[in-house]
Write a protein that binds this ligand. Structure first.
Ligand code: KIV
Length: 288
């Protein structure tokens, strides 16, 4: 899979009614897998604070940590659109700081675009970043960086008023120039109505089947993160117990000297060994 997907192609997918696929990846191996599977968009999500770094929520991750992961993902992907997730407090303080941080995702992290959370409250920052030439993906509904303010990890837009506010935020982001918007943990019918109102694609997570695309977290969908699993996650595999089994087998085989076997070991010519033991030059130089 080598042809790079463009933002225009994502827009064309919406117009043709073809669902867009997006997954997170956080390092070189996950990026190669997600890219080779033909995924349209790879998000280096700030969810890595939890899945990769073991934090309780996403607020702790820093710009430098995000960039470290972005660089690895960039080396593993050449097909998908790459999105760097702007961490908490990297785009709230001032327009100039937001532009500088978004620029680092492009220049240092090798990302194609950035994503940030929020609606009209961050619209000046969104405009500033887009005016600086950096495409922005929005994120509405359940916004994990401000989950405390929202009263926890709860379904959003469940009342007529809050559904209306979400719609207005989505329209404002579109007007500001966003190329797509993630909609998280929102009732199916609300996400459908918003998706129909917008020209740009919506990417749903816990927002039903009518969004223009879907996103899941790599560790959630593969069963690699077991602290909790939101209702909207479908587990396509359960790798954690399988990996644990493999690791336990290794420990057992080392302890009982079953590993390494002859097949994993190298030989030396007998004469060379004699020379080595009783005087002369060292080993044969067999290739590993
Ligand atoms: O950080 C992340 O992984 C995300 C997705 C859940 C959309 O923002």
């Amino acid at each position: 899979m080598s042809k790079k997907i463009t933002l225009l192609e994502l827009q064309q997918k919406k117009e043709a009614g073809q669902p867009i696929t997006m997954l997170t990846a956080y390092d070189y191996p996950s990026a190669t897998l997600v890219d080779e599977a033909g995924t349209d968009i790879i998000l280096v999500g700030d969810s890595l604070a939890m899945t990769m770094l073991g934090h309780d929520d996403t607020t702790a991750v820093t710009m430098d940590e995000m960039l470290h992961h972005c660089k690895a993902v960039k080396r593993g992907a050449n097909h998908a659109v790459l999105v760097g997730d702007m961490p908490f407090m990297s785009y709230q303080i001032s327009k100039s700081e937001s532009i500088r941080n978004a620029g680092r995702f492009i220049k240092e992290g090798g990302m194609d675009t950035v994503k940030l959370e929020g609606g009209r409250e961050v619209i000046d920052m969104v405009r500033a970043i887009i005016n600086a030439g950096i495409p922005v993906m929005g994120h509405l509904g359940l916004t994990p960086q401000t989950a405390t303010k929202l009263g926890g990890y709860k379904v959003q837009a469940k009342t007529a008023d809050s559904a209306q506010r979400l719609t207005e935020d989505a329209l404002a982001l579109q007007e500001a120039g966003c190329y797509a918007i993630v909609i998280e943990a929102v009732p199916v019918l609300v996400a459908e109505a918003v998706s129909k109102k917008l020209r740009i694609p919506t990417i749903g997570i816990g927002a039903g089947v009518h969004c223009d695309g879907q996103v899941l977290v790599f560790h959630d969908m593969l069963g690699l993160f077991d602290r909790f699993t939101p209702k909207f996650v479908k587990r396509y595999s359960n790798l954690r117990p399988r990996i644990l089994n493999a690791l336990r087998s290794y420990n057992e085989e080392v302890a009982t000297r079953q590993f390494p076997a002859q097949a994993h070991s190298f030989k030396i010519d007998e004469a060379e060994m004699e020379l080595f033991l009783y005087g002369g030059k060292n080993g044969s130089g067999e290739t590993v």
